[in-house]
Design a protein around this ligand. Structure first.
Ligand code: FAD
Length: 441
């Protein structure tokens, strides 16, 4: 059997159920498709893939290629639309089967369906590699996924599922050979931008596993995580695993099992539990996105709740560029633009400001995060934005953070604001729109 393995958000050899299935072939074509549409502005004025994301992804692809070579494999990196590229490859290499990881997102679902409709081969398979649990191992049917995280967590924990449902799959050490070596067109991909700022994040499976080991065993950051996790700007205050998790360089089950191993070998406390608890949030949003499909992207959210919000270009620009009247927001937005990362606390404040102070349609903020964040994950990003906009999984509805109070609490002497140049700007005029609600500037 000849298999085309479509790498997507599973750029690793460890704990990869989809690649394991693909390895049971005579010949295996490993493909990653870089879609030109990622780099063009979309309907929300932003691109899917900003420079930081692209750099991290490219580093991850290069690391994957380095891991594949000793196994006699190579990575075919195609620049083109998957709906065109994959049928051509399937035809040219006479493949009988296409495999990829199952993933949330309407675009991702549409592409898979298009492939199934157009490529005349018998077998298409998806495997769950992005989550702690497979759908079958969830303690409820997907259609019955609770409306709130706490109900979900209680049901998961009541079912005794403290960690993942299956043992991790060993790192693959052998793969079938590729069906010949055709040149790919990776040279057409956009250039990789230089970082503005020395980044601590390097894409790829070895770097992701390295960070996991560092956070747990070198720095023991996990043992005090609950007290430190809300810090705005401290490398070891939180795990910083999200970019590797989002790109699949790191398996979430590997992280869960490592937490359990740490608890056995070192200490088990509220902090070690809390890291697991945060992984459960990620898990919840994963299934939430799969359950709600296109409703994840609707202004009125899964709650179908109408909120007064629109698009004011000048306010949106001021927020993106760190030019609002709120120093803490400016600092956070500058940090995001310069590094591609922002802490969870800062994300909450930036989103609350976007929705409440600037009265903007949350989807534009989510789209900017999508472009900028190196850990962009469709489910976690849109799920968290909906939550903060009061149209998603938060039963308490719209929540507004008091930005001054938050600044006093989390940046009492202004270190964060100074570091990221977050001085206050002129207030953004609120009503510069004409009678038809079009922005005047
Ligand atoms: C508006 C908004 C947008 C966000 N967009 C994303 C996104 O695109 N991608 C993303 O991975 N996270 C997103 N998050 C969640 C969270 O901010 C990041 O996962 C976290 O800051 C990453 O840093 P860390 O790895 O050090 O997290 P830690 O605090 O060390 O947490 C460990 C892991 O748990 C998961 N996690 C933690 N908090 C959350 C959460 N609230 N929701 C879902 N998973 C969580 C992440 O996988 C994270 O790596 C968003 C949060 C908000 C408020």
């Amino acid at each position: 059997m000849k298999t085309l393995y479509w790498f997507t958000r599973d750029l690793r050899l460890h704990d990869n159920a989809a690649l394991l299935a693909a390895s049971k072939s005579d010949l295996l074509l490993c493909v990653f498709v870089v879609d030109p549409r990622w780099f063009a502005p979309g309907p929300m004025q932003t691109r899917t893939m900003g420079g930081h994301r692209w750099r991290f992804l490219w580093q991850s692809l290069m690391a994957l290629e380095r891991s594949l070579r000793p196994l006699g494999q190579r990575l075919h990196i195609a620049f083109g639309e998957p709906e065109t590229v994959l049928p051509e490859l399937a035809r040219d290499y006479h493949v009988d089967r296409i495999i990829r990881s199952r993933q949330p997102g309407t675009r991702e679902a549409r592409q898979w369906q298009r492939l199934k409709d157009t490529v005349p081969i018998p077998v298409f398979q998806q495997f769950e590699t992005l989550s702690l649990f497979t759908e079958n191992a969830l303690p409820m049917a997907l259609a019955d996924l609770p409306d709130t995280f706490s109900q979900f967590r209680k049901q998961v924990e009541a079912a005794g599922a403290r960690h993942s449902d299956r043992l991790r799959i060993r790192t693959l050490t052998a793969l079938p050979p590729p069906p010949g070596f055709l040149e790919d067109n990776r040279g057409d991909c956009p250039a990789i931008p230089e970082p503005h700022h020395p980044l601590a994040f390097t894409g790829g499976e070895p770097a992701g596993l390295g960070r996991l080991n560092q956070f747990l065993y070198t720095d023991h950051g996990i043992a005090r995580y609950k007290e430190t996790r809300n810090a705005l700007d401290d490398w070891n205050a939180s795990s910083k695993l999200s970019p590797w998790l989002a790109n699949g360089c790191l398996s979430v089950r590997e992280v869960a099992e490592s937490i359990a191993a740490y608890e056995t070998a070192h200490t088990r406390n509220e902090s070690t539990y809390w890291l697991w608890f945060e992984l459960l949030w990620r898990e919840y949003f994963h299934w939430y996105a799969l359950k709600h499909g296109a409703r994840l992207f609707l202004r009125d959210g899964v709650q179908r709740k109408r909120r007064q919000a629109t698009f004011y270009g000048h306010r949106f620009k001021a927020w993106c560029e760190g030019n609002t009247e709120y120093p803490i927001i400016n600092a956070a937005m500058n940090q995001l633009r310069e590094t591609g990362y922002m802490s969870n606390r800062a994300r909450q404040l930036a989103a609350s400001c976007f929705v409440n102070e600037l009265e903007l349609d949350w989807r534009f903020g989510a789209a900017w995060f999508e472009e900028q964040l190196i850990d962009y994950d469709v489910a976690s990003n849109y799920g968290n934005w909906q939550y903060l906009a009061g149209v998603g999984a938060d039963p308490r509805g719209l929540r507004q953070f008091n930005l001054e109070k938050q600044a006093r609490q989390y940046d009492p002497v202004g270190t964060f604001v100074d570091r990221w140049g977050g001085e206050a700007r002129q207030p953004v005029g609120l009503h510069t729109v004409d009678a038809a609600d079009w922005p005047l500037t």
